[in-house]
Design a protein around this ligand. Sequence first.
Ligand SMILES: Nc1ncnc2c1ncn2[C@@H]1O[C@H](COP(=O)(O)OP(=O)(O)OP(=O)(O)O)[C@@H](O)[C@H]1O
Ligand SMILES: [Mg+2]
Length: 264
Amino acid sequence: MKLTVNDVTFSYQSSLSLDKVSIEIPETEILGIIGPNGSGKTTLLKCINKILKPKKGNIILDGHEIQKMSRLEIAKHIGYVPQSSVKPYALNVFEIVLMGRRPHIGWQSSETDVDKTWKALEMLGIEHLALRHFNELSGGEQQRVLIARSLAQEAKILLLDEPTSNLDIKHQLEVMELTRELVTKKNIASVIAIHDLNLASRYCDKIVMMKNGKIFSAGNVSSVLTPEAIRSVYSVDVIVNYTNNIQQIVPIRPSTPAMIKVQH
Ligand SMILES: Nc1ncnc2c1ncn2[C@@H]1O[C@H](COP(=O)(O)OP(=O)(O)OP(=O)(O)O)[C@@H](O)[C@H]1O
Ligand SMILES: [Mg+2]
């Protein structure tokens, strides 16, 4: 599935949260979206998923403008795991993951839907949580449930907004490995907003670096994650090391003095 973001501009109030953003989402790759807090990553993912309507520009999915597609139609192609779930789901985990099948089924779920739901739970290692209430899970467990739901949805494009932010180190790696496996085996695309530059460099094929609602740079990991770019965008000095062909970013210290001084 081909997805292109053309010159998209969006503002919540007066200032622009996205300013003429254009991206071509590679069809079978992981695209990482990085950038400081408030740089527009979530806003971009929400525009792609038609949760927000751009002021200018458009988003085209396989020749069709997203704005003209119904929510159900979009959900057949695009899966979205939000940064934080605001909905207090009064449902159990199994029901939530089964909801991922909704775009494909009528009102009655079939055996296949139930099978796919179990499979998704299994892939995320959360079968044991199936009957637990979503609201009573830890942040990391909730995150894995929502990823399982998007797996059950069988979307061709998976939008993940900081999927590893609440996860421990093992589950961070597992979620990234799983995304990698899905992208490779099922030939899907994934767009991941992510703060961890080392996870981004390890798992993303391409990276878009945002600053103040604009694209600061985009391309291969090594061309985007340079010490110069990181200094310009985050005001942090870093050293970039290469170990076993993996680019590792080690922060030194912020280049501007901390605002708050610790009192002795
Ligand atoms: N609902 C909203 N109403 C008004 N302004 C908003 C709203 N949501 C986000 N913004 C503003 O839009 C800009 C972009 O926010 P966005 O959430 O897209 O950033 P982000 O890159 O996802 O940040 P983070 O890394 O903290 O998740 C910020 O300046 C933010 O304050
Ligand atoms: Mg965000």
